[in-house]
Design a protein around this ligand. Structure first.
Ligand SMILES: *[C@@H]1O[C@H](CO)[C@@H](O)[C@H](O)[C@H]1NC(C)=O
Ligand SMILES: *[C@@H]1O[C@H](CO)[C@@H](O)[C@H](O)[C@H]1NC(C)=O
Ligand SMILES: *[C@@H]1O[C@H](CO)[C@@H](O)[C@H](O)[C@H]1NC(C)=O
Length: 461
C-alpha cells in the first residue's frame, strides 16, 4: 500500500488528473506527512463561496478592551493600558477568570445571527470554539469549569449556532480553534521542557480537536496559535490525516495553514500567511484574507470609534482585490458579551449582502482573470466568470469616461454593462490597446449600482 501511494503521488505530479491517482486519494489514503497531505484537492465549495464571516467571541468579549489579546497584554507582557484599566476599574484580587461569569450572552439569538449572516451574502461562517485564553464555547470534558456550560452563558454556544446556521441557511459552518493556550499549566510545562513532552497535546489539544470535529462537524477548521512549537509537537499531520481520511467531514472540510512553527504559508489546506493577508498578486495556491471590520481588533471593543471601522467602500475594495487574486475574504465581527452584534457590524454585513445581490455574478464561482488589475487605470480589478470579464471600478471617473488598458474587444458585437443598471454602454477601442467606456448618467435615488461599480464585459479578451 505504501508503495502504491508513493507511486501514485509521483504519478499525480506528472499527470495531475490521472484517474487512478484521483480514486486513491478519494479513498482516503493520506499519509501523516506534508507531501501527502498537501496533495489533497480543496473541496470545491470553498473556492466558489468566496466570502465568509469570522466571529471572535469569548471571555475576552467581557473586558472588550484593546483586543481579544487582553489577558496576555495585562498579565503576560503587562502592557500599560491594560494594567491601568484593571487597576482603575477592578479590585486588586480580580483574576481574568472572574470575567467569565460576566460572559452572559442573554441576548444571544442564534436564529437572528444566522439570518444576518444569510443576508450578508456570506457562504461560510467561522466561530471561535476556543481562543488563546482556553475558554471553550462548548461543554468540553477537558476544560473543567472553563467552558460556556459550566460558567458564564450556561449554554452550548457552538451547538446553538451550528444548529441555527444549518436549519435556516445553506451557509457552511466552521470553527476556529487555538492550539496553544497562553496560561494553561500543562502547556507551560511542555514549553519549559522545550516541547520535548506533549502532555498538553495529548490531554487537551487533541481530545478537544477530535471532540469538536466529531460533534459539530465543521466544514472549515481554522487552526491558530501554532507558532511557538513545531508541527511534530502539535501532532498536526497525524490529526490532519485522520481529518482527511476518516473524520465525519473528510469530504467537505477545508483547513488552513497554521499547524506548527514554520508551517504557515507552506503547508496545509488553503494559505492565510498572515492576518489580513492581501498580496495584490495572483497566488499559486488557494488563500484567504482573514480581516476585521474593526481595524484594530478581532474581539469586540467597547471604546472603538467610528473611524476604526471599515467603510462599506473599503470593505468592498478589499473584497475585490482579494477575489481578483484568487483569495477568499473572511470578514470578522466581534459580538458583545451579551450576545448582540452591534449595529455598525450589522449595517456593514447587510450592505455587503445588498451589494452582492446586485454584483454576485462577479464574485461567487468566479476565477482570477489573466490580468488582476488594469494596466492603465489604477483602482480597477478583474475577475472572470462564464466567459465574461468583470471589472471592479473603485472610483467613478471624471467626465464619466473610463479607459481600460487590459480588456480588448473581440468584435463590434462585444458589449459592456454596469451591473445594477439596465442599458448597455457605449464603448470604443482605444488607439493603443484596450477600451474606452462611456459610463451612464445614473439616478442616485434609484440606482442599484453603488459603493463599488462593476462592469460586465462580454466578448472581451
Ligand atoms: C434545528 O436543528 C436541530 C438539530 O439539527 C434540531 O434539534 C432543532 O429542532 C432544529 N430547530 C428548529 C427551530 O428547526
Ligand atoms: C499523535 O497521533 C497519533 C496518531 O493518531 C497517536 O497515536 C498519538 O498518541 C498522538 N500523540 C499525541 C501526543 O497526541
Ligand atoms: C496593477 O498592474 C500593473 C501592471 O499592469 C502593476 O504594475 C501595478 O503594480 C498594479 N497595481 C497594483 C495596485 O497592484
Amino acid at each position: 500500500m505504501l508503495h502504491h501511494i508513493i507511486l501514485c503521488s509521483f504519478l499525480f505530479l506528472l499527470c495531475g488528473q490521472a484517474s487512478e491517482c484521483k480514486s486513491d486519494i478519494k479513498a482516503g489514503n493520506y499519509l501523516p506527512n506534508w507531501d501527502s497531505l498537501d496533495k489533497r484537492p480543496l473541496p470545491v465549495w470553498y473556492d466558489e463561496a468566496k466570502v465568509g464571516i469570522f466571529i471572535h467571541w469569548g471571555v475576552f468579549s467581557v473586558p472588550s478592551f484593546v483586543s481579544e489579546w487582553f489577558w496576555w497584554y495585562w498579565q503576560g507582557t503587562k502592557q500599560a493600558d491594560c494594567v491601568d484599566f484593571m487597576e482603575n476599574n477592578y479590585p486588586p484580587s480580580f483574576q481574568y477568570a472572574d470575567f467569565a461569569p460576566e460572559f452572559t450572552t442573554e441576548f444571544f439569538n442564534p436564529n437572528d445571527w444566522a439570518d444576518l449572516f444569510k443576508t450578508s451574502g456570506a457562504e461560510y461562517v467561522v466561530l471561535t470554539s476556543k481562543h488563546h485564553e482556553g475558554f471553550t464555547n462548548w461543554p468540553s470534558a477537558n476544560s473543567w469549569n472553563w467552558n460556556s456550560v459550566d460558567v458564564g452563558p450556561h449554554r452550548n454556544l457552538v451547538k446553538e449556532l451550528a444548529d441555527a446556521v444549518r436549519n435556516r441557511t445553506s451557509i457552511h459552518f466552521g470553527l476556529y480553534h487555538s492550539l496553544y493556550e497562553w496560561f494553561n499549566p500543562l502547556y507551560l510545562k511542555d514549553k519549559a521542557d522545550g516541547f520535548k513532552t506533549q502532555e498538553f497535546v495529548s490531554s487537551k489539544t487533541m481530545p478537544e480537536l477530535y471532540d469538536i470535529v466529531n460533534n459539530y462537524k465543521p466544514d472549515v477548521l481554522w487552526s491558530d496559535g501554532d507558532w511557538e512549537a513545531s508541527a511534530e509537537y502539535w501532532n498536526s499531520t497525524n490529526f490532519l490525516a485522520w481529518l482527511y481520511n476518516q473524520s465525519p467531514v473528510k469530504d467537505t472540510v477545508v483547513t488552513n495553514d497554521r499547524w506548527g512553527q514554520g508551517v504557515m504559508c507552506k503547508h496545509g489546506g488553503y494559505f492565510t500567511c498572515s492576518d489580513r493577508y492581501n498580496p495584490g498578486k495572483l497566488q499559486p495556491r488557494k488563500w484567504e484574507n482573514a480581516m476585521t471590520l474593526d481595524k484594530k481588533s478581532w474581539g469586540y471593543r467597547r471604546n472603538a470609534e467610528l473611524s476604526d471601522y471599515l467603510t462599506i467602500e473599503e470593505l468592498l475594495q478589499t473584497l475585490a482585490t482579494t477575489v481578483s487574486c484568487g483569495g477568499n475574504l473572511l470578514v470578522n465581527i466581534g459580538p458583545s458579551k451579551d450576545g448582540t452584534i452591534h449595529p455598525i457590524f450589522e449595517e456593514r454585513l447587510k450592505q455587503m449582502g445588498e451589494w452582492l445581490n446586485v454584483n454576485g455574478e462577479a464574485v461567487y464561482k468566479s476565477q482570477p482573470w489573466k490580468h488582476q488589475n488594469d494596466s492603465l487605470t489604477p483602482g480597477v480589478w478583474y475577475t472572470t466568470n462564464q466567459n465574461k470579464v468583470y471589472a471592479f471600478v473603485f472610483t467613478w471617473p471624471t467626465y464619466g469616461l473610463l479607459n481600460l488598458g487590459s480588456p480588448v474587444a473581440t468584435s463590434d458585437a462585444s458589449s459592456v454593462k454596469l451591473l445594477g443598471e439596465e442599458s448597455s454602454l457605449t464603448w470604443e477601442p482605444l488607439k493603443s490597446a484596450g477600451v474606452g467606456i462611456y459610463l451612464p448618467v445614473i439616478n442616485p435615488s434609484t440606482t442599484n449600482a453603488k459603493w463599488l461599480y462593476v462592469l460586465q464585459l462580454t466578448g472581451f479578451v
